[in-house]
Design a protein around this ligand. Structure first.
Ligand code: FES
Length: 329
């Protein structure tokens, strides 16, 4: 789905710094009508980058109220944005340009991070600003009267957001891990050891945390259906990334993908209209057949067997291992 087809125009009614790096934004509709959502949903916000370039960024919708149906007819949308100084400019725009009274274009809520139905405790594991979808999930589970706990990890308590709200919501079911208090990062294995075989794990945090958790769950042989995840930011370029050539077999066109550019962004820059959704290697929407070349898989969607076979790739995040890829486009 291309992101700009059905945007709402919403007004920013509150901007508040929660700490030096995280800002809260509250949005409302001038006619008072906002689409409902379920815990885990996110909206896509149009941002303006350097040079006036328009782009979209995803932010989870936050609900702290453990009331049944609290998000089905919301009075406003609550977002939290972490400033990324070395990011691509979206969070800087949200922090430095967006102000109360401003109108923003927003794609309606979409949910690829739904809570499971049926048996099993909900175990939430959040790193940094990855806590935002977890707040709504914890509130929904509380409203349902179903078991839930949240492990919330951050560098320090001062860098974390929504601690008072989470404490009120979860009480002893909130476990806060501050690296500076504990002398190091959260022990993922201890969290997994404490899970029962029917528990469902939900992870949202930075790439390194996500990869560690997913790797350990795989090693333990956990069923994929029990492990739910969302990366909170677009994947960053990796040190040592190289430029490579992409050739489109059907049109015969070819371009150079820059070292700091995704293959998808290269195609868009040259007037192609690739289908995408998450742009984080999670949803599978951008799966593309590869006819020649070795793929550097960086997604969380394809299975290990599919990656080993090497005939499809997620063009939003994956790259070439060599100098050239030929796509069936
Ligand atoms: S757009 Fe979701 S995996 Fe590429």
């Amino acid at each position: 789905m291309n992101a700009s087809s059905s945007a709402l125009t919403l007004r920013v009614i509150e901007v508040r710094a929660l700490n030096p790096l995280i800002k809260l934004l509250r949005l409302s509709a001038d006619d008072g009508v906002l689409p409902g959502y379920e815990a885990g949903a996110r909206v896509r916000v149009q941002v303006e980058l350097a040079g006036g370039l328009k782009d979209w960024r995803d932010y989870s919708l936050i609900n702290c109220q453990p009331a049944p149906g609290a998000t089905l007819a919301p009075a406003n949308y609550l977002l939290a944005v972490r400033k990324a100084q070395d990011g691509r400019g979206g969070s800087l725009y949200m922090h430095e340009q967006v102000h109360e009274g401003q109108l923003l274009a927003i794609e309606p809520p979409q949910n690829d991070f739904m809570l499971h139905t049926g048996a099993g405790k909900t175990v939430l594991l959040a790193g940094g600003i990855g806590v935002t979808p977890m707040i709504s999930m914890a509130a929904q589970r509380r409203a349902e009267g179903l078991p839930v706990c949240l492990h919330y990890a951050g560098r320090s308590r001062a860098s974390m957001a929504f601690l008072p709200e989470l404490q009120a919501l979860l009480g002893d079911d909130l476990r806060v891990h501050a690296d500076d208090e504990q002398g190091g990062p959260l022990a993922i294995d201890a969290v997994l050891n404490a899970c029962a075989p029917t528990d469902h794990l939900y992870v949202c945090g930075p790439q390194a945390m996500l990869e560690s958790v997913l790797g350990q769950c795989r090693e333990r042989g956990w069923a994929q259906e029990r492990v739910h995840f969302e990366l909170f930011a677009a994947p960053q370029a990796t040190a040592g990334d190289q430029s490579f050539t992409v050739e489109l077999a059907q049109s015969g066109k070819s371009w150079q993908v820059a070292a700091d550019q995704s293959l998808m962004d290269c195609l868009i820059e040259h007037g192609c209209d690739p289908i995408f959704d998450c742009k984080r290697g999670e949803c599978g929407v951008c799966t593309t057949t590869v006819l020649e070349g070795e793929i550097d898989h960086r997604d969380y969607y394809l299975s290990a067997a599919e990656k080993a076979k090497g005939d499809v790739m997620q063009i939003c995040v994956s790259r070439a291992k060599g100098a050239r890829l030929v796509l069936d486009l």
